[in-house]
Design a protein around this ligand. Structure first.
Ligand code: NAD
Ligand code: TYD
Length: 350
């Protein structure tokens, strides 16, 4: 029997790569992409696969329980890969409730609908919740890494909402036996990344010769993974992990923000045919983010040893591919950096 998988948030950054991978790799599987198309959702991301027979798009809000129940009634999903979320830490600081609604209430609506549809018959069923390493809080000791049983210590409204949703997912596993898996991934980068996040923001501002806002002293550390490698990890975990398992996903690739911004400046100078050093002049230190987590770093040994996943590109290759993608798809960025986003951006940095 043909399987039907619901992917939520499939018009967003990571979701669009997951949808494309599943649609192309599993032609016998029907992929339903549910997305509200918020400022972060863009169907342009999926133009190349929108006509495929095994792909369907549904516009809707995971906060709307009646709608979610009717969607499950219509498709009787065999699996769910849940990525829909409010995802930007800075927005969570100015509007925490939007994060509670989508990330917590939306997730519980999906869990309830899955339970009601599967009715305790869980053979061949799976609910995969895509989470973040930010639920573990921040690291100070350079020798420490996040592992799967690191205690939760979320410090931003975003990470608190994701931590809360993770707890609900695990609780539905313990209480009702719902067959769940969770992964917690480090910072992603790559094509289709919305330009409010560090790497595409810097690429966009360098191209437009605008200031490059570095929070605080630029000493915070993030662990960067190419988005297609995250999508490949989700594929492996969805198909191979045991029920109830958690996997950390990361590329063992830590950078201080300022070193990373320097690298992006140098790659951009080369690509734009400018003297090396020109873009670095745009760097502007700005007020630090409130509660700014110092360091994230993932230990992905479990995923590598148990399921055989490993990153497929080095950071140098991935960053070059990313810069090339933005320079070759400038319409994509121009289309989304008008209107509401411009207003938000001006308020943030004025
Ligand atoms: P994104 O903001 O680019 O995309 C989110 C998508 O969800 C958008 O298409 C948006 O329209 C949709 N959406 C938002 N609210 C919705 C709602 N109420 N109903 C239906 N759809 C809604 O986010 P992303 O960076 O692609 O992240 C995807 C997932 O991966 C999130 O759950 C995030 O927490 C997690 N994650 C992200 C990263 C990262 O570095 N970006 C790292 C680890 C985990
Ligand atoms: P971001 O891309 O927002 O991801 P996250 O906060 O989820 O890690 O930010 C990555 C890092 O870059 C984080 O330490 C904050 C910093 N940052 C800046 O210094 N300037 C910026 O304009 C942005 C958006 C982020």
């Amino acid at each position: 029997m043909k399987k039907t998988i619901l992917i939520t948030g499939g018009a967003g950054f990571i979701g669009s790569h997951v949808v494309r991978l599943f649609v192309n790799t599993y032609p016998d599987c029907q992929i339903v992409n549910l997305d509200k198309l918020t400022y972060a959702g863009n169907l342009e991301n999926l133009k190349d696969i929108e006509d495929k027979a095994n792909y369907t798009f549904e516009k809707g809000d995971i906060v709307d329980a009646t709608f979610i129940d009717s969607l499950f009634e219509k498709y009787k999903f065999d699996g769910v890969i849940h990525l829909a979320a409010e995802s930007h830490v800075d927005r969570s600081i100015t509007d925490p409730m939007a994060f509670v609604m989508t990330n917590v209430i939306g997730t519980v609506n999906l869990l309830n609908a899955a339970r009601a549809t599967w009715k305790d018959k869980y053979e061949g069923k799976r609910f995969y919740h895509v989470s973040t390493d930010e639920v573990y809080g921040e690291l100070h000791d350079p020798k420490e890494f996040f592992v799967e049983d690191t205690s939760y210590d979320p410090r931003s409204p975003y990470s608190a909402s994701k931590a809360s949703s993770d707890h609900f997912v695990r609780a539905y596993n313990s209480t009702y036996g719902l067959p769940v898996v969770i992964s917690n991934c480090s910072n992603n980068y790559g094509p289709n990344h919305f330009p409010e996040k560090l790497i595409p923001l810097m690429i966009n501002n360098i191209k437009n010769k605008k200031p490059l806002p570095v929070y605080g002293k630029g000493e915070n550390i993030r662990d960067w993974l190419y988005v297609l490698d995250h999508a490949r990890a989700i594929d492996v975990i969805y198909h191979k992990a045991d029920d109830g398992e958690t996997y950390n996903i990361g590329g063992n690739n830590e950078w201080t923000n300022i070193d990373l911004v320097h690298l992006i400046c140098d790659v951009m100078d080369k690509k734009l045919g400018q003297p090396v050093g020109e873009s670095r002049n745009l760097i502007t230190y700005v007020k630090d983010r409130a509660g700014h987590d110092l360091r994230y770093a993932i230990d992905a040994t479990k995923l590598m040893n148990k399921l055989g996943w490993e990153p497929s590109v080095t950071f140098e290759e991935g960053l070059e591919k990313t810069v090339d993608w933005y320079l070759n798809n400038w319409d994509w960025i121009s289309n989304i950096t008008s209107g509401d986003y411009q207003k938000y951006y001006q308020e943030m940095y004025s």
